[in-house]
Design a protein around this ligand. Structure first.
Ligand SMILES: NC(=O)C1=CN([C@@H]2O[C@H](COP(=O)(O)OP(=O)(O)OC[C@H]3O[C@@H](n4cnc5c(N)ncnc54)[C@H](OP(=O)(O)O)[C@@H]3O)[C@@H](O)[C@H]2O)C=CC1
Ligand SMILES: O=C(O)CCC(=O)C(=O)O
Ligand SMILES: [Mg+2]
Length: 738
């Protein structure tokens, strides 16, 4: 990669709410960094951008785009990397299909997404689209482990200004339901690759007839890598789901399924599909084959199945049979629009959905829009215990007191596609009854499982260098904070037992074993909740999945949202990746902007990441001006919190754009007031003055269109000019920012 033309900071172009926010905020960042000679570039990792970059041969010269994700994937392996990464869409199939359709409508001659590819050409197209699907960006950029926590100012603000919390009642019927056995947890085996075993491995399936199919070849396994294999039985899953539906009915609660179909893009849509089939029960048994022939895929959700049914001659009959099913209430994504939990696999994502239920006092919303208790179905037991224990804790102790609760930080093992979140290329639906096995370079079989057709088999790996780096990061954070520090590892789980060997050895070698505890997730949850209830802090040192789950769970309870988190990825090659918040891209915020020109997205995550990125530029490159800008950005962030300038939720009140004005103003004022760099002070004094003098006009202009519809010229692929018009409506502010 040509380093000479790499901008000092890369601010990623993404999707949905954070991308709309960028249209307002990025011009401000550039106006402020330019006088310091800091170049802020962008690279496009949006879903639409990645689709366009994948099919150049279908597009005109003007339409083509470079593969920015690949470029960034190389950059993060260099010490030069300084990337501000906003949350992007990890697309489910329905989202991918919708994005393709929007682009086709805009004149991009892209191929359709082949749901059931038959000919080789279709299979090739499908394979290219599948590289875009799911969590295709984060694993490429995350060449380091994760350090997520709330900045002190953010935590103090939350304690002083508590968000709304539902109450928890001991009689709540809300619970977590998981499979009793034959899940990923039960079937896991794990080993650490020795020198003699290292090399190129393969994954193969041997059918009952002895025929061997190689499912993955040329699969490198390095010495020190922890390599697991496990599977979930499809028949056990189906029976469990059918029972869970019946159990929900007898409890009188609502059924909800919580998965991560975006990151676990192979396994979880299949599990989701089993739930759709279980819900349809006898209707699927009778009509399933015909619905499939009509193009309906349960793995894509109930919406896809219903749409296929509606194209069938006997649609009315099938619909009537569905209506006649005796089913419990279902947890809704949008009760006004009739969108159920099972409609789209990416609508209910466990890391955000379970905390939302827990924050609300164990409540979900049913078909009628009524609040009620819910059976939270999380089939696999590896991590479900965390939510189960949290629910038990609040039932016993009442909701968390936000005003006094301590903070939970996370140190997450994430680098180089660690663990489950890197497992999609090594996840397979068993093609028949037989044996799935990993065969090592030396011919040895590492792991083997007897499976039946449809069982979901997967292998997860994590490399040695990331593990060692993660333990070091944990030791750093513990030393710097003195907090309670717990490795959330289950000695009874095969994978965790291998990790524990690494952890114990490293802690002993460093002489700090007494500063850390190692606890299974359930025990760690109980201990951590006890600690924060007592007003103390805890560091959760976890694998990749719990990194994801806990950095939504605790921030949503403590701060009301994970958008305000500091999310730092110290890249293993010396660069910095600064993620903005720990949450997603909030699709409903876009609907609100389009409907009533109000963007309630809170850019606190962007503000925190910007400060960190500038400070990193100062420390790593000796760029003193960046340090001055960074310190001033931190002061501006503090100003936003002190003066309560964050966006409100309702149209007619200040929104995201207003918060950017305030950020610019506080930033300019802090720069004008500092004495470390006289040139910057002189540059920003007039800007600060103009922003202060323009206050009334700017705030009025920013509020002008509020309440009316707004057109950004698209959803996945906005029109830049239209978006700028919507997101930069203040002529006064624009004249100052330029
Ligand atoms: N790092 C990444 O790139 C990530 C990407 N994603 C992607 O984002 C999409 C949506 O994910 P989902 O998990 O549903 O989470 P959302 O982003 O939709 O968040 C859930 C809710 O949290 C609140 N929220 C989140 N961020 C903000 C913010 N900045 N300001 C104010 N409120 C906020 C909103 O609540 P309310 O509406 O009540 O205000 C929002 O509806 C998916 O496409 C997913 O793949 C998800 C997680 C991380
Ligand atoms: O990559 C994704 O799909 C989501 C990432 C996520 O939720 C997280 O890192 O917290
Ligand atoms: Mg997450």
């Amino acid at each position: 990669m040509a380093q000479s033309d790499t901008p000092d900071i890369i601010y990623t172009k993404v999707d949905e709410a954070p991308e709309l926010a960028s249209a307002s905020f990025l011009p401000i960042i550039r106006r402020f960094t330019a006088p310091a000679g800091i170049e802020v570039g962008t690279r496009d990792i949006s879903l639409a951008g990645r689709i366009i970059a994948t099919f150049p041969e279908n597009l005109t010269e003007d339409q083509r785009q470079s593969d920015d994700l690949a470029w960034l994937g190389e950059l993060v392996k260099t010490p030069e990397a300084n990337v501000i990464k906003l949350p992007n869409i990890s697309a489910s199939t329905p989202q991918l299909v919708a994005a393709i359709k929007e682009l086709q409508g805009k004149g991009y001659a892209l191929p359709d997404y082949p749901e059931e590819p038959k000919a080789d050409a279709e299979k090739a197209i499908r394979a290219r689209y599948d590289t875009i699907k799911g969590s295709a960006v984060n694993p490429v950029l995350r060449e380091g482990n994760s350090d997520r926590r709330a900045a002190k100012a953010v935590k103090n603000f939350a304690q002083a200004n508590p968000h709304s919390m539902g109450t928890w009642d001991a009689s709540s019927k809300t619970k977590v339901s998981s499979m009793p056995g034959n899940d990923f947890y039960a079937n896991e085996v794990s080993a650490t690759i020795t020198a003699a075993q290292a090399g190129t491995a393969r994954i193969e399936f041997e059918g009952a007839d002895g025929a061997v199919t190689v499912l993955k070849e040329a699969w490198p396994l390095e010495e020190g890598t922890i390599a697991d294999a496990t599977f979930m039985s499809a028949s056990a899953l189906s029976s469990f789901l059918a029972e869970a539906i019946e159990d929900t009915k007898s409890d009188g609660t609502m059924f909800s399924l919580h998965m991560k179909a975006t990151m676990m893009k192979v396994s979880d849509p299949i599990i989701f599909g089993h739930a759709v089939k279980a819900w349809l029960g006898p209707v699927w048994e009778t009509h399933g084959a015909a619905i499939k022939a009509a193009g309906g895929s349960p793995n894509s959700g109930l919406a896809d199945v219903l749409a296929a049914i509606d194209t069938m001659d006997n649609a009315a009959e099938i619909r009537a049979e569905i209506d006649a099913l005796e089913r419990p209430s279902m947890y809704m994504v949008d009760s006004d629009k009739g969108i159920t939990n099972l409609h789209v696999p990416s609508d209910v994502i466990i890391d955000a959905s379970m905390p939302a239920v827990i924050r609300a006092g164990g409540k979900g919303w049913d078909e009628t829009g009524a609040k009620g208790d819910t059976n939270c179905v999380i089939p696999d037991r590896c991590y479900a215990t965390v939510y189960d224990e949290t629910i038990n804790f609040f039932k016993a102790n009442g909701a968390l007191d936000v005003t006094t609760a301590g903070a939970v930080a996370n140190v997450g093992l994430m680098a180089q596609k660690a663990e489950e979140y890197g497992s999609h290329p090594t996840t397979f639906e068993a093609p028949g009854t037989g044996t799935m096995r990993i065969v090592l370079a030396n011919g040895e079989t590492l792991h083997a499982h007897s499976v039946e057709a449809g069982d979901i088999w997967r292998s997860c790996t994590v490399k040695k260098a990331p593990i060692e780096n993660w333990i070091e990061l944990a030791m750093d954070r513990q030393r710097l904070t003195g907090s309670e520090a717990i490795f959330w590892l289950d000695a009874n789980r095969a994978h965790d037992a291998q990790l524990i060997d690494y952890v114990k050895a490293a802690l002993q070698a460093a002489g700090v074993a007494d500063k850390f505890a190692i606890m299974a997730p359930r025990e760690a949850t109980a201990q951590t909740l006890k600690t924060i209830t007592a007003g103390k802090d805890s560091i959760a040192i976890t694998g990749n999945v719990l990194r994801d789950y806990l950095t939504d769970l605790f921030p949503i309870l403590e701060l009301g949202t994970s958008a305000k988190m500091l999310s730092i990825v110290k890249l293993m090659q010396g660069g910095g990746l600064f993620e903005t918040g720990a949450g997603g891209s909030a699709p409903k915020h876009v609907q609100q902007l389009h409907g009533e020109n109000h963007l309630r997205w809170d850019s606190m995550g962007e503000f925190c990441a910007l400060g960190e990125s500038l400070n990193f530029l100062a420390d790593a490159r000796g760029n003193a001006k960046a340090g001055v800008l960074g310190a001033a950005a931190e002061a501006a962030t503090q100003g936003i919190l002190d003066d309560n300038r964050s966006p409100s939720r309702k149209a007619g009140q200040p929104d995201n754009r207003h918060s950017h004005y305030w950020f610019a103003r506080y930033w300019a004022e802090a720069l004008a007031a500092q004495s470390d760099d006289a040139d910057l002070a002189a540059e920003f004094a007039p800007l600060a003055k103009a922003l202060a003098e323009g206050e009334a006009a700017i705030l009025a202009e920013l509020s002008e269109g509020s309440g009316a519809a707004a057109d950004t010229g698209g959803y996945f692929h906005n029109d830049d000019a239209k978006t700028a018009q919507v997101m930069r409506p203040s002529a006064t502010l624009n004249a100052i920012i330029g």
